[in-house]
Design a protein around this ligand. Structure first.
Ligand code: SF4
Length: 190
């Protein structure tokens, strides 16, 4: 089993979390408590490699077969790990927050490069609506040199760990199914 690859991905995730925390502390940008707007989205795409540590963790917890069944016949296009809060529209939580993919870790706090090659915050619509001044200050700090996680750089670092499964992006439920199938298959032959 490619545990070593999964460990490298987990290390990258830990570094991303560190960078994000530094950025949040420097800017004051935060997600409103309970907000799940970015998860309640049918267009999230990640790689199989993104999902590998979580797939291994689920099998080790005895939940791999259950989740493989769920992701093989998903009941919706948005992420199956998202649990909406029935009492608060727009709120919800990730059932697998600790092992979530790269995009989930950086959304709202990552940068993209503009035409001139300079990093710019990829602004979350909720952040823009609720913290306009903080968003503007964050943009200004980035322009002045504040470091922030950069989506393209992180995607390249992830891909470098295993290009065979770290390049191609799939809708998140498909990527998760592929990762679970892969881990389940490898466990059968281990
Ligand atoms: S894995 Fe978790 S954080 Fe990522 S989209 Fe699904 S519910 Fe949201």
């Amino acid at each position: 089993m490619k545990i070593d690859i999964a460990e490298q991905v987990s290390h990258l995730f830990a570094e991303i979390d560190r960078q994000t925390q530094v950025f949040q502390a420097a800017t004051g940008l935060y997600c409103p408590p309970g907000c799940g707007k970015c998860c309640d989205n049918e267009h999230i795409e990640v790689t199989v490699l993104d999902c590998l540590p979580l797939a291994i963790e689920l099998f080790e917890a005895g939940e791999g077969e259950f989740w493989l069944g769920q992701f093989t016949e998903p009941t919706r296009d948005s992420c199956l790990f998202y649990q909406a809060d029935a009492l608060n529209a727009g709120n919800g939580r990730c059932l697998q927050y600790v092992g979530r993919p790269l995009l989930c870790r950086t959304f709202g706090f990552g940068t993209v490069r503009n035409k001139a090659g300079a990093p710019e915050l990829a602004v979350c619509s909720v952040h823009r609506a609720t913290q306009a001044e903080t968003v503007a200050r964050s943009q200004q700090l980035i322009a002045e040199g504040l470091s922030a996680p950069n989506f393209a750089d992180l995607a390249m670092q992830l891909e470098a760990i295993d290009p065979a499964i770290g390049r191609q992006h799939y809708p998140i439920n498909q990527a998760m199914r592929r990762a679970l199938e892969r881990v389940g298959f490898q466990r059968q032959w281990a």
